[in-house]
Design a binder for this molecule. Sequence first.
Ligand code: LLP
Length: 417
Amino acid sequence: MAVSAPTLSPAFPIGSRINERGVLEIGGCDALELAREFGTPAYVVAEDDLRARARRMLDAYRACAADVDLLFASKAFPCTAVLRVFAEEGLGCDVASGGELALALAAGVDPGRIYVHGNAKSVAELRAAVDAGVHCIVVDNAGEIDRLEAIVTGTQRVMIRVTPDVRGETHAAISTGQADSKFGFSMEEAPAAIARLRASDRLELVGVHYHVGSQLLSTLPFERAAAAVAQLGDFPVVDVGGGLGVAYTDEEPPSFEDYARAKVEAVERHLGPGKRIVAEPGRALVANSTVTLYTVESVKRNVSLWVGVDGGMSDNLRPMLYGARYEAHVVDRFGGTTRCHVTGKHCESGDVIVRDALLDDPRVGDVIVTPATGAYGHALANNYNGVPRPPVVFAKDGDARVVVRRETYEDLLARDV
Ligand code: LLP
């Protein structure tokens, strides 16, 4: 008998369901067939989910701010096909390196919608950004002002990134707003930098930027951040960063609407009304659009039951870096009571994707799904143990297409000289 769709948690892409054969479907595609056709591990993206979340985030901001530039933080899913979808939906994009700039340009993102970040931008990266005609460079430190002054010949729009001394409640590795952060100007340093930028005839200071952290489940830090930044003066543009958390398992993040309203109202209250709002969500636009499919290669029991799959920390570093938790299921036998650790194939004990998963009698050959791997999954993928990185597959209306192919052993050798 078919299991009804509500058994799927919000961690899954919009439109996912368990089909009549009892198999998970993503973007109308049967997960077992996807695994057969494209192999595993594979990132499967529900394209309609990306579009739906982009539209909802745009609507959420437009409902509370008259002038909004919504960007996708490309670091969350640096893949031209994803960038193209967001560009089609009317989003700009932020890049944090020369490589992300190259990807955005290759995806056809209008340079006039690109904002450039980075706490250690090289001269070459700054030059590439200026030459490409990016909309705005977000200046992080005093040395960068010197570098830009030397590079820019006409005028370049800039914002100043400040560190408001507000700690987001999140993992220490992804909290950025505290005073002792490597990002941005301190509140003490910022006034001199602002004065310098205002005096420059090459750099046009249009706004202020702050980003307090990522995977935030509360909107309270935005209020404190806006209050702090207001001490620095008046700016026509306020870039409120990204940071909205998502549901990986049982997290309850604010809705897009509540999140956008909280950010915009904080700006209005402290920095004044009528500002152009720039927002740069990454994770919230892509995390839940994507699932990873794995195949079970080994099952063994000692103190615990260990279910070894064909990927791991090469395709999802987040459990190892941030203690992130994910769901796991056998794609054609959801539910189950067999407690086990879903582990990767890499040569270290920390390579556990999901600890204490409850699966239905997992066996070699089963296809396992972990939902919510769209953000910082492909982005953090690596070749540890010479494991080729997975493909990115878009699924939509029952059709699937590869947008990034699987890496090959030849790719692993491609840089040898
Ligand atoms: N803007 C700036 C300046 C950022 O540094 C970031 C993320 C974002 C926007 C987007 O933040 P989001 O909406 O995605 O929270 N690898 C980590 C996350 C690192 C976030 C870095 N900065 C993870 O997997 O959790």
